[in-house]
Design a protein around this ligand. Structure first.
Ligand code: C2O
Length: 534
């Protein structure tokens, strides 16, 4: 295994999109940011130098960080932020991991422009479990705002209302040729007869996306850096935080074909947004016309999303077995919901909040991992409820009279190496909503999923404990539930939150603490000497 060195200069750069120019925070002046390349088991050292006026921290989304929680990145969870003018060296090893992951800022709303792909190739000489593609391409899907995203979220928090939605989606940084005022767009260059591995990342702040290429089928081979049983589809569905690898065969008449990313939002109050486009270019094609899509799913096309999600299975081969926990030590039931709390200074005298088990998470002033490691009292408690303190009708047909949530920095303690089953239930408080829940430090198996209220007697029997998909971010369906299982084999403090940025901001987050403090493998390593101070 190798040691790979990267330098990330956090700098402001003027960028023009949708006919207007604005300064954005970037890594090394790039949008999207640079792709990190490494191989399984390599060690990666990334020196982050903060040249901007904001506090910064970077998260390596999906990297397990075995015993190196100090490098995970979420501000005030595993580290204090890197202050202006300061430097922090992220140092971690890609033990047993390969595939497409990504990195992003994990503080404020900086991830709107601070994000990029993290590609982990298999060990030298180890083939993919699918036919070798001719070439690989990274496609980062994201959003673009004409105004400053920090101003947008600050305004929303002041008013207590929902923030403005983005002005466009982007593919590799560009809204594409269909968007008014956009020039060009990303060109995906291919050669007839070849096949390509597309590494697709959804880096959008607040939108799940459909992704489609006119005239071409896609074969899904991996999600969240775990191989899947290959299956063909014409549409993929990808939530913020998720990554999906597909094989694309350039098997059509040489020409130009439209590539599109459009919103999937089935919440009844969802605001629409603009489709991003790019073009698939066959080399040598002289035609100037672009073959367009015959159809794109409407934004509320839940059945399209469900069909896609239900097709996902772990590869579960001899070489890549699915190690699904068959017995459960901790059985947890968490509701994910929005709520309303009083706010005298807000527009309506109240503000929108979000919660897990009715707890709206309050960010601490020093990092939870430091508080845990150095035994600093008064930073958090470990009494996070294992089930909701209030009984809801989760279908949303009946709203509880009280939409108020409790506030707290409460964690749930897991014994090292214990097994966990967690049922995540959407509640329909204010509105049902699809919540892409991301767990740091672990992959988990998605053993079940359904509509309405989770019924333990009926639903547990139907769990797939053989070849469920393994991932790090999963959508809890609108008005439904998702069940996951994982083994708590990574000591540290691990954040779990909705990857719709606004829901995280509103408090839809909590953390697990895993540590027996017993032996070298059951405890985290000491903090690095340059760990930022608060
Ligand atoms: Cu990709 Cu806690 O985030």
């Amino acid at each position: 295994a190798m040691v790979r060195h990267y330098k990330f200069n956090v700098v402001v750069k003027n960028v023009t999109r949708l006919c207007s120019t604005k300064p954005i925070v970037t890594i090394n002046g790039k949008f999207p940011g640079p792709t990190i390349y490494a191989r399984e088991d390599d060690t990666v050292l990334i020196k982050v130098v903060n040249h901007v006026k904001y506090n910064v921290s970077i998260h390596w989304h999906g990297i397990r960080q075995l015993r190196t929680g100090w490098a995970d990145g979420p501000a005030y969870i595993t580290q204090c932020p890197i202050q202006p003018g300061k430097v922090y060296m992220y140092n971690f090893t890609l033990t047993g991991q390969r595939g497409t992951l990504w990195w992003h800022a994990h503080i404020l709303w900086l991830r709107s422009t601070l994000h990029g792909a993290l590609v982990i190739l298999p060990k030298l000489g180890v083939p993919y479990p699918f036919p070798k593609p001719h070439t690989e391409k990274v496609l980062v899907l994201s959003e673009w705002w004409k105004s400053d995203t920090e101003a947008i979220i600050n305004e929303a928090l002041k008013s207590g209302l929902a923030p403005n939605v983005s002005d466009a989606h982007t593919i590799n940084g560009h809204p594409g040729p269909v968007q008014h005022c956009a020039s060009g767009g990303y060109k995906l260059q291919v050669q007839a007869g070849n096949s390509y591995l597309l590494r697709i990342v959804n880096a959008a702040l607040n939108e799940e996306l459909f992704f489609k290429i006119a005239g071409h089928q896609l074969t899904v081979v991996e999600v969240d850096a775990v191989y899947t049983k290959p299956f063909k589809t014409d549409t993929i569905v990808i939530a913020p935080g998720q990554t999906t690898n597909v094989l694309l065969k350039a098997n059509r008449a040489a020409g130009k074909y439209l590539v599109a990313a459009s919103p999937f939002m089935d919440s009844p109050i969802a605001v629409d947004n603009v489709t991003a486009t790019a073009t698939l270019h066959y080399s040598g094609s002289l035609s100037s016309t672009i073959t367009t899509l015959t159809s794109l799913p409407p934004k509320n096309a839940t059945p399209v999303a469900t069909t896609f999600t239900d097709s996902l299975r772990s590869l579960n081969s001899k070489k890549y077995p699915a190690r699904v926990p068959q017995k459960v030590d901790h059985s947890l039931f968490f509701t994910v919901s929005l709520g309303v709390n009083p706010c005298p200074t807000c527009v309506n005298g109240s503000k929108v909040v979000a919660a897990i088990n009715n707890v709206t998470f309050v960010m601490p002033k020093v990092s939870l991992l430091q508080a845990h490691y150095f035994n600093i009292s008064g930073v958090f408690t470990d009494d996070f409820p294992s089930k909701p303190p209030v009984v809801y009708d989760f279908t949303g047909t009946q709203q509880p009279a009280n939409l108020r949530t409790n506030r707290g920095t409460r964690l749930y303690r897991l014994a090292y190496n214990s097994t966990v089953q967690l049922v995540l239930q959407d509640t329909g408080m204010i509105t049902p909503e699809n919540h892409p829940i991301h767990l740091h430090g672990f992959n988990f198996f998605v053993v079940g999923r359904g509509q309405g209220n989770f019924n333990p007697k009926r639903d547990t029997k139907k769990f797939n404990l053989k070849d469920p998909v393994e991932r790090n971010t999963v959508g809890v369906p609108s008005g439904g539930w998702t069940a996951i299982r994982f083994r708590a084999d990574n000591p540290g403090v691990w954040f779990m939150h909705c990857h719709l940025e606004i829901h995280t901001t509103w408090g839809l987050k909590m953390a697990f603490v895993v540590d027996n403090g017993k032996g070298p493998n059951e405890s985290i390593l000491p903090p690095p000497s340059d760990l930022p101070k608060c």
